[in-house]
Write a protein that binds this ligand. Structure first.
Ligand SMILES: [Zn+2]
Length: 224
């Protein structure tokens, strides 16, 4: 049995988005999730730790999560000598990915660029990365194509802007849907074991158990 995956965070963009680096410290292989900006800092971290990046994963198409993807993909392709695949989010977020450059500029994200993923992902897919299985679950409502990544054996879930400590993701967008978000959290996240750690897109990590017990939005979900 290999060591558990290491999860580290680099806060990027003026919105302090949690860009995640999930790594196997034995093989020095890693994935980067949601590189929204500040690509030079992400690259410095990767280089200083000697990591090989297998893929860039995206939870959803909001600018603070995707605006650094194009630069990071270019730089890693050159450094590693082969293209690094960009996987996700769900195809329902394609319109956000295509407009990310302009949206990012309005949020003050330096060098924001549009993004075209190599492949959009669907609910129930299993990715083979870092010598493990990483599950993809569709959790719409904050954005229509929002997905989360779950490494069940390592008890880690990277959940983007769906579920936070004591709160849930914003749904006050033209395409936001709080009822859909709550139903998806109930069906796709609260079905995970209590000891699974969750890393949200902003703020502090938590666990499924803590949110099940304490998050005021998640009480009485059976009446949805
Ligand atoms: Zn978002």
């Amino acid at each position: 049995m290999s060591e558990p995956l290491r999860l580290s965070v680099i806060q990027v963009t003026p919105l302090r988005q949690n860009c995640a680096i999930v790594s196997d410290e034995t093989t020095h292989r890693a994935v980067v999730i949601d590189p929204g900006g500040d690509v030079p800092r992400i690259l410095d971290t990767i280089a200083s730790r000697g990591l090989f990046i297998e893929a860039i994963l995206l939870t959803h198409g909001h600018p603070d999560h995707v605006c650094g993807v194009a630069d990071l993909r270019d730089a890693l392709g050159e450094r590693q000598g082969a293209a690094v695949p960009v996987l996700g989010p769900g195809i329902e977020d394609a319109f956000l990915c295509a407009g990310a450059g302009q949206a990012g500029a309005t949020f003050g994200i330096a060098g924001a660029r549009d993004i075209e993923p190599d492949r959009y992902l669907s609910d129930g897919e299993h990715l083979e990365l870092l010598g493990r299985r990483i599950d993809v679950r569709h959790v719409p409502g904050h954005s229509p194509g929002h997905i989360v990544f779950v490494a069940q054996d390592d008890r880690i879930a990277v959940v983007g802007d769906t579920l936070f400590r004591n709160v849930i993701g914003r749904t006050d967008f033209p395409y936001g849907d709080q009822r859909a978000l709550l139903a998806a959290i109930r069906d796709k996240l609260l079905t995970l074991p209590d000891d699974v750690s969750i890393l949200p897109g902003h703020g502090m990590p938590s666990t499924i158990g803590a949110e099940r017990q304490n998050n005021p939005y998640l009480q009485n979900l059976d009446t949805l």
